[in-house]
Write a protein that binds this ligand. Structure first.
Ligand code: GDP
Length: 331
């Protein structure tokens, strides 16, 4: 990591829209070293009043559905719409932990967007659990907002629990689908379609145009059977081609309609308030987890207990209770 700065140096840089300092602040936030965490917390505390003024869009879909192609095309469309618009793209990729390399993380993704002066792209931090990635991504999102990015796209692959994590940090959740393949083939888990505010069947071009239209029809009628969302929004299903850049205007107009409705009926603020409460609870649980496993007398006993539990000589429940008791008594 580059040399550490003082909190106010980071904050001044971020608030002035300095992308290099923004990137360095995100790296700081991703660090797990206690000294870095303390500095990161102070930076977060100072930028907090400058956050929140953005629209946060979550995008998911199986690898190969065209997420990066779509974000590149959609991003270009969005940025063309006004010289004041700025877009940050963050990714949540649970595979970056497992493989070191990741499904989302190769450098060639979103080339044009990466070079755009009003765009900022940041891949997932590697080496963290999904909970850790999600927590760091939320903080990165807030830092981007403080740096003046008024559109945030959070992208994830349809594996693990990452869709839920992204859904829980966005104002609008969008699902990209392939034409002509059933849910199972696409690896779409039950419940993901239900979470979507907007579904787009991508690759609606060439011979796939008709299958895409049929798939959209199928999902449109399927979505009818779900209970209406609490914010009164009826999810929309569209087709588009990220490659040919068609259907993007329609996607954009649904996004705007959704945001206008959510802002006018109060559901936008309610969803954010709910998410902040949830982040608080999760941070608390993560903190408890880390604290517990870092306690020296727990670390000392943990190995013995694991062995005893594996051998069957003590019950797992008794062993857990025993260690939990030890956090308070009998050090
Ligand atoms: P991701 O893994 O979801 O990010 O998918 P990519 O954006 O990397 O796209 C996977 C492949 O699908 C690439 O070869 C793209 O060129 C192709 N692709 C993406 N969008 C479209 C589209 O709208 N139409 C067609 N025909 N191909 C597409």
């Amino acid at each position: 990591m580059a040399k550490l700065l003082t909190p106010s140096e980071y904050v001044r840089g971020i608030l002035s829209g300095d992308r290099l300092l923004l990137a360095r602040a995100i790296t700081l936030v991703e660090s797990t070293l206690p000294a870095h965490r303390a500095l990161a917390q102070e930076v977060m505390r100072q930028v907090l009043p400058h956050t929140g003024r953005s629209a946060r869009i979550g995008i998911t879909g199986v690898p190969g559905v065209g997420k990066s192609t779509f974000i590149e095309a959609f991003g270009a469309h969005l940025l063309q719409g006004g010289p004041e618009r700025r877009l940050a793209v963050l990714t949540i990729d649970p595979t970056s932990r497992i493989s070191g390399g990741s499904i989302l993380g190769d450098k060639t993704r979103m080339d044009a967007l990466a070079r755009h002066s009003r765009a900022f792209i940041r891949p997932s931090p590697a080496g963290l659990s999904l909970g850790g990635v999600a927590a760091r991504t939320r903080e990165a999102m807030l830092l981007c907002e403080a740096a003046g990015f008024d559109w945030i796209v959070v992208e994830t692959v349809g594996v693990g629990q990452s869709e839920t994590a992204v859904h829980d940090m966005c104002d609008l959740f969008m699902l990209l689908l392939l034409p002509g393949a059933g849910d199972e083939l696409q690896g779409i888990k039950r419940g993901i379609v239900e979470m979507a505010d907007l579904v787009a069947v991508n690759k609606a071009d060439g011979p796939n145009a008709e299958p895409a239209r049929l798939a959209a029809q199928h999902y449109r009628s399927a979505l009818h059977f779900f209970p209406k969302k609490e914010n009164d929004w009826a999810p929309e299903v569209l087709t588009c081609s990220a490659l040919d850049r068609t259907g993007l205007e329609e996607v954009w107009s649904v996004v705007q309609r959704y945001l206008a409705l959510a802002r006018s009926n109060g559901s936008f603020d309610e969803r954010r308030a709910r998410q902040r409460r949830q982040w608080f609870t999760e941070s608390l649980l993560n903190g408890l987890h880390d604290w517990f496993f870092a306690l020296p007398h727990i670390r000392k006993r943990l190995g013995e207990m694991e062995t005893a539990v594996a051998e069957g000589s003590v019950s797992p429940f008794w062993a857990a209770e025993e260690l939990l008791q030890k956090t308070v008594f009998d050090r």
